[in-house]
Design a protein around this ligand. Structure first.
Ligand code: UT7
Length: 328
């Protein structure tokens, strides 16, 4: 009998170039003090001109496969959360699959913005639960610097580039396991966080390009309020589904959008901030990549250990939000 899936390995990759708050002060009317106090971000990574999203995903995937002692040819499926694919068509996961040197297995993208990785992991888990797949590569990869308006201080200070991945394999008696996952979408705030042009609703025109309508636009306050509320409730739902309480959580790995959001979720859940994995100061908001990067760092530096219980929660454009509870 299949007991569900477990995380057999994690990996991540962040581009070498660091963009500091001090450098942003020279681009837009902002300050290190404002960015640090309002978001917790100190610096972020920016991909090299020759890098594309599947390159970042490849580095993270190889690290996760190595940690899982698995060859890419043993994979049954690749699911990638991304809103910044290499091209609008085809799926970024197809390019990743090609770079991994495999073919024939399903490889597809999930568009759930910052919740993309948790969505993708939940999908991988369901395939393994039903026996339809054994080994699933789950990736969150973003190259947000290519869809950022570098003249808009409301958004350009927030985002960064990076990728993270996990390999899911069947759980066995006594092994770790994905305990529960909860996925949600609510379309009431679609216009508060979007890339307006470039789709069927508003094809990109010269005028649209001049107005940078092909870049991320956000009404930060709207998203902030709903993030605190929904991340807290989704976390509780994942705990309820597994019959656990906040006291049972060893680590919470939240989406890294704003340190103030993370702190408020900590208060609402009654889980102290010391039990949160936070790296927003070094990477900013990397959308779907933020959770798997933070998880991988915490696994590799020994904070998150085998047998511990980890809660993940994320919210982004859509509004889409999700939570997952995992025993490592
Ligand atoms: O990952 C997907 C989900 N995204 C999120 O969860 C993001 C949620 N939202 C946020 O994290 C916050 O709303 C922001 C960090 C985006 C903005 O912080 P805020 O405290 O909500 O600021 P605000 O938008 O209310 O703006 C306050 C002031 C404004 O000036 P006035 O109108 O009061 O004079 C802004 O123009 O701060 C100004 N401001 C800035 N000042 C310096 C906005 N951006 C900047 C900036 N530097 N970069």
């Amino acid at each position: 009998m299949v007991l569900g899936s477990r995380i057999a390995g994690t990996g991540s990759y962040a581009p070498a170039k660091v963009l500091t708050n001090a450098e942003l002060e020279r681009l837009v009317d902002t300050s290190d003090a404002w960015i640090s106090e309002r978001t917790g971000i100190k610096e972020r990574r920016i991909a090299a001109p020759e890098e594309c999203t599947s390159d970042l995903a490849l580095r993270a995937s190889r690290a996760a496969l190595e940690a899982a002692s698995l060859d890419a040819r043993e994979l049954d499926m690749i699911v990638m959360g991304t809103i910044t694919p290499d091209r609008q068509l085809p799926a970024c996961a197809a390019y990743l699959q090609q770079k991994l040197g495999v073919s024939g297995i399903p490889a597809f993208d999930i568009s759930a913005a910052c919740a993309g990785f948790v969505y993708a992991m939940s999908i991988g888990d369901q395939f393994i639960r039903t026996g339809a797949a054994r080994n699933v590569l789950v990736v969150g990869a973003e190259l947000l610097s290519r869809v950022t308006n570098w003249m808009d201080r409301n958004t350009c200070v927030l985002f960064g580039d990076g990728a993270g991945a996990v390999v899911l394999t069947p759980a066995t008696e006594g092994s770790g396991r994905v305990l529960s996952s909860k996925l949600h979408t609510d379309a009431t705030l679609t216009e508060s966080l979007c890339i307006p042009a470039g789709g069927s609703r508003e094809p990109l025109t010269h005028a649209g390009l001049d107005e940078r309508r092909n870049t991320v636009q956000m009404v930060g306050n709207d998203i902030f309020r709903i993030a605190v509320k929904n991340l807290s409730s989704a976390s509780r739902s994942a705990l309820d589904a597994a019959g656990l309480t906040p006291e049972d959580v060893d680590w919470l790995v939240p989406h890294q959008a704003n340190l103030r959001i993370i702190a408020q979720v900590s208060t609402r859940l009654g889980i102290p901030l010391e039990r949160f994995v936070v790296n927003i100061d070094r990477y900013g908001n990397t959308s779907s990549a933020s959770i798997p990067i933070a998880l991988d760092e915490a696994v590799r530096d020994g904070r998150v250990k085998s047998g511990q219980t980890v809660l993940m929660c994320a919210l982004g454009a859509g509004i889409s939000w999700a939570s997952a509870l995992v025993r490592l």
